[in-house]
Structure formats: structure tokens, C-alpha cells
Design a protein around this ligand. Structure first.
Ligand code: NCD
Ligand code: ZN
Length: 370
């Protein structure tokens, strides 16, 4: 038995009284989030900090976070932007480039604050221009990562324009990921925001060093959402939403109980005008309902009692961290998502269109004011 007050690892408390479902779980963490910087950081951080104790913070700022010194400076800006009284802990990452040195990986290992290195193929997504042009150029650096035991977080899509956008994850696995894990068998790898049945099958069959994060939006939506009654820029993200059979495979993986799959929202805020444009940015903002949306998925699949392991236990175990010690209670009680989140207070004239804008989310956090 764990001592009183320590994190419970037994099954979460789950009550079904009449029609009302409530679920108390160890406080979750977000293993993939974009917090941005400056005014946008100040605007979005409260949503993440209210739900999650910790988050793996993506390094794709306009000027990417390439060194441990830059990661430490960014961490300080995040800490300074926390709401009063928040104990939210940002877990920092480095942005892998063709020029990242093994010495930088050594410095990352020695830092208490850098937890992983993110690999964006150059040009694959938002702010990825400085990404890796050819992963073989980074093999010395990957060897250093393998040696120090820091995970490589992978945006798993090829950028080859001759490959159909819906096939880019499967082709990346075959062309890039398999060679990496074959050459570096002890390297810890997270296939971030896995979106296909192919990705799930790869992760399941791979050794325990290979895991994946799953977003709420890829669990909730298939690619029809981008074309519902017209072109929907607020359903456009990368990797792009996939067909229904892939979504079903993702849900199966999330509820499977396998420790290889854990929560990573990929919440990625873009001001409205940059999405509602002739060439709109990729990214969905989900942090305002960052745990509630997953509760919907698990509830619909009849697996709410498995949400705690997925959201609060598998991630820390993979990263070699302890689960959080406090708890959070979710209640099935719908609330309306505003059509836009006003960013004026943060000094941004434009607004942010949140996931489910103008619609409802089925769960709320107990004591929440949503
Ligand atoms: C992310 C962003 O906006 O930074 N966009 C997205 O569609 N997910 C980048 C990323 O994670 O690919
Ligand atoms: Zn992302």
C-alpha cells in the first residue's frame, strides 16, 4: 500500500450516480504542447496550467530553442507567465538541427530541465524551417542521445511532395524511423501525435523504448471534419486528420492500457487571422479543454476507468518521472465553448478560435468556472 498522501496507482475513483458520471484521477500531464512566447504565452498558459501539472513544451518558437541555454531562458519566461499560485512545471525540449552537437546533448543530460530533443523534418510543419534536412547528418547526435537516455521526439511525416499528404506518416516510418531504431536500438523514441493505424501498429510491435502520444482531436475527428459544409481551417492541423479507420485504431490504442500510448494534446494556438487565410496555419487550440476532451473519448468507448493510466501514469513512466501527487475530478456536465478567446488582455488584437468554438464539451473540471 502506498503511504497516505502519496500518488495512488490503484484504479481511479469512478462514480456513476444516476446519469452523472464523475471521475477522480491523479493529476495528468501534457506530453506535447505548444506554449509559444510573449503575449500568446501569457494568454494560453493558464489553460494548460489549470489542468496539467507538467508539460513537455515544444521548442518550435519563431527562433527555435536549439541550445540548453535557450531552453533555460525559455523556461524562465514560462515560469514568469504562470498564473499566481500555479505550480505548473514546464519540461523543456531542444530543437534538433543539422548542427546540433553531441556536446549539446551532454549539456542537456546535465540539465535538470531539459527532458527531450524534438526532431522536425525541415519544412514539415509550423516553424520547422530550421529542422533536419537529412537525419543521417544527425547520427552522431542520435548516438549521444541514445547514450545519455534522453528521448527523441519525432514529428513523423516525410516532406517529399511526391508523397500524398495522407500517406506521409506511414512513409516516414518505413523510410526514416525504421532505419533510426534499427541503428540505435536503445534510443528512446516518441512518435508524436500518431495519426494512423500504421503508426499504432509500428509502436505496438516495437520494443518498450518506442512510445507515442495521441491528441484529443485525432481521437475525436476524422478528415471529414475539414470539409463539413465547406472548408474548415479550424480543423486543419499537422499531421492532417485521417480517415475513420485510422481514428478508430487510435482510440483502440488509447484505451488499450498499453503503457506505450499517452496523452499529448499538441494544442497549438494561432491567432484567428492566420488560420482564416488563403494559406492558413496548421494547428488546433485544445488546451482550454485539454483533459475534458479525452474524457469524452474514453467515455464514448466505455473505458473511462482507463483514462488515468493514459493521462497520468504512462507518460511519467516513459520519461522516468514520478506521477503527480494531487488529483483532479472530472464531472460529466456540458459547458459551452466560447466562439473566440479574446487575446486583448494579452495585447493581441486578434482572437483565438478554440476547438469546439460555439459548441459544447461534455466534461468539466470540478470546481471549475468554465
Ligand atoms: C504545430 C504548431 O502550430 O506549432 N502545428 C500543428 O498543426 N500541430 C506544429 C506541429 O506540432 O506540427
Ligand atoms: Zn506539435
Amino acid at each position: 500500500m502506498p503511504p497516505p498522501g502519496s500518488a495512488r496507482t490503484a484504479s481511479p475513483e469512478y462514480r456513476l450516480s444516476g446519469e452523472i458520471v464523475s471521475l477522480t484521477l491523479i493529476r495528468p500531464d501534457d506530453w506535447h504542447v505548444h506554449l509559444r512566447d510573449g503575449a500568446m504565452l501569457r494568454a494560453v498558459l493558464p489553460d494548460t496550467a489549470r489542468r496539467f501539472a507538467r508539460a513537455i513544451v515544444m521548442p518550435n518558437l519563431k527562433t527555435p530553442v536549439r541550445t540548453v541555454a535557450e531552453a533555460h531562458a525559455y523556461r524562465e519566461r514560462i515560469l514568469a507567465a504562470r498564473p499566481a499560485g500555479s505550480g505548473f512545471e514546464p519540461l523543456m525540449t531542444l530543437y534538433l538541427t543539422d548542427n546540433t552537437t553531441p556536446a549539446e546533448i551532454e549539456r542537456a543530460r546535465a540539465s535538470a530541465h531539459v527532458h527531450a530533443v524534438k526532431y522536425y523534418p525541415a519544412g514539415a510543419t509550423t516553424h520547422s524551417d530550421a529542422g533536419v534536412t537529412d537525419i543521417e547528418r544527425c547520427y552522431d547526435t542520435l548516438a549521444a542521445l541514445e547514450a545519455v537516455g534522453l528521448p527523441l521526439l519525432v514529428h513523423g511525416e516525410v516532406t517529399d511532395s511526391s508523397v500524398d499528404v495522407f500517406d506521409r506518416e506511414a512513409v516516414f516510418i518505413e523510410r526514416v524511423l525504421v532505419p533510426i531504431v534499427t541503428r540505435f536500438p536503445r534510443l528512446k523514441v516518441v512518435l508524436e501525435h500518431v495519426t494512423t493505424a500504421d503508426g499504432v501498429a509500428f509502436v505496438r510491435a516495437a520494443p518498450d523504448t518506442i512510445a507515442a502520444t495521441l491528441t484529443a482531436h485525432h481521437l475525436l475527428l476524422n478528415r471529414n471534419a475539414m470539409f463539413r459544409g465547406g472548408l474548415r481551417p479550424h480543423a486543419y492541423c499537422l499531421p492532417v486528420l485521417k480517415r475513420e479507420r485510422h481514428r478508430a485504431a487510435l482510440v483502440e490504442a488509447a484505451i488499450s492500457g498499453s503503457p506505450k500510448f499517452f496523452l499529448g494534446t499538441d494544442s497549438a494556438p494561432h491567432a484567428r487571422a492566420t488560420k482564416e487565410a488563403a494559406c492558413g496555419c496548421a494547428g488546433l487550440y485544445t488546451a482550454h479543454a485539454g483533459i475534458e476532451l479525452y474524457a469524452e473519448v474514453f467515455r464514448a468507448a466505455g473505458a473511462l476507468e482507463r483514462l488515468e493510466a493514459f493521462a497520468s501514469l504512462h507518460g511519467p513512466a516513459f520519461y522516468g518521472l514520478a506521477p503527480n501527487r494531487d488529483h483532479l475530478t472530472l464531472i460529466e456536465a456540458p459547458w459551452s465553448v466560447p466562439p473566440t478567446i479574446d487575446l486583448a488582455a494579452a495585447g493581441i488584437a486578434d482572437g483565438l478560435v478554440p476547438f469546439r468554438a460555439g459548441e459544447t464539451v461534455a466534461f468539466r473540471i470540478e470546481g471549475g468556472d468554465a
